[in-house]
Design a protein around this ligand. Structure first.
Ligand SMILES: Cc1cc2nc3c(=O)[nH]c(=O)nc-3n(C[C@H](O)[C@H](O)[C@H](O)COP(=O)(O)OP(=O)(O)OC[C@H]3O[C@@H](n4cnc5c(N)ncnc54)[C@H](O)[C@@H]3O)c2cc1C
Length: 290
């Protein structure tokens, strides 16, 4: 009999509820939220109320305290920021492993995606904390609710504004113009911006341009440790095509690569490959498409 706990801040845990239901035992949902959701398909709900102006992360230690007293076998956590902080707190408290990116979970083993899904590791354990996709809102129901009061760590939300930029457009973009180290200077990115304007696309980059030079923000780099995209057209300009980059854009329908090196790996996945200097080729493409 496996004692499974799901840690969350809202109802978007349908996949975790289904995963727990497939394992023989009991399922408890610990929810940190202003009010307890009415949940079905689980044995009980433990509610830790949190004020509207307190970030859920401020209750991570309280979450760990509750889980520590419950003799859990499996802890399932949706892959979201506040919930990941719960995973870390619980794992540190109980000296359990945290496995991020689990795809299939059983009582004593899981399959975990690595390198953006390029490989799958089978991992066994007696007890573990698993971070996986939460899925849609779980079905409502009348699982009994136990409410526990806890004092949050000292943190307050002082204001909330809509973000002016972020990955949302990139993830939804139909056309992406991605820049790599083939660009010699930050101001040269104007060439890529002009192409992006011509095709109504978004600018993106390889990791060195976001984490090395910081010419573009970190929410614009594509790859295994960045954003995963699948646009209709992906322009790879001065990008060599290392697997850490291509694993984030391999779902693109059409790939156009521009590179001076005819042996660059990016050409292996390009539908249209142009061996040439991006400083000449990109303005020519932009002019042709404008
Ligand atoms: C754990 C780990 C995680 C990583 N995660 C990511 C990730 O998520 N995303 C990511 O992008 N990288 C990631 N990397 C880095 C990755 O391995 C590569 O180093 C990086 O993708 C290379 O970026 P690049 O193609 O822009 O640069 P380079 O590999 O230096 O390639 C530059 C290319 O530009 C070409 N070029 C030069 N001049 C011109 C010109 N004038 N015109 C046309 N072409 C030109 C060159 O021929 C070359 O092919 C990761 C690495 C590690 C170790």
């Amino acid at each position: 009999m496996t004692n499974t706990w799901i840690l969350t801040t809202d109802e978007r845990i349908a996949h975790l509820v289904d995963t727990a239901a497939a394992i023989e035992g009991t399922t408890t949902v610990l929810v940190v939220a202003p009010s307890a959701p009415a949940m079905g398909g689980v044995d009980r709900v433990v509610h830790l109320p949190v004020a509207e102006d307190v970030p859920a992360e401020a209750l991570a230690v309280a979450v760990a305290d509750l889980v520590a007293g419950a003799e859990v076998d499996l802890v399932l956590v949706p892959n979201r920021p506040a919930e990941r902080s719960f995973a870390g707190a619980v794992a540190a408290r109980l000296a359990l492993p945290v496995l991020v990116g689990a795809t299939t979970v059983a009582a004593g083993s899981a399959q975990v995606a690595r390198y953006g899904g390029l490989s799958i590791e089978s991992v066994s354990y007696p007890r573990a904390v698993l971070v996986l996709e939460g899925g849609a809102a779980a079905g409502s129901g009348d699982a009994p609710v136990d409410t526990h009061e806890a004092t949050p760590a000292a943190a307050r939300i002082t204001s909330v504004q809509p973000a002016t930029s972020g990955p949302a457009n990139l993830a939804a973009a139909r056309r992406i113009v991605a820049c790599g180290r083939g660009f010699k200077a930050e101001e040269d990115l104007a060439l890529a911006r002009a192409l992006a304007d011509a095709v109504s696309g978004e600018i993106a980059c390889s990791r060195p341009l976001a984490e090395g030079t910081a010419w573009l923000s970190k929410d614009r780099y594509i790859g295994v440790s960045g954003i995963h995209v699948s646009p209709e057209v992906y322009f790879a300009l001065g990008i060599s095509g290392q697997v850490q980059h291509t694993s984030g854009m391999s779902g693109s329908k059409v790939v156009v690569a521009v590179n001076t090196d005819a042996n660059a790996p990016i050409f292996q996945m390009a539908d249209y490959g142009i061996v040439g200097d991006l400083y000449e080729v990109v303005p020519a493409i932009t002019a042709a498409l404008s």
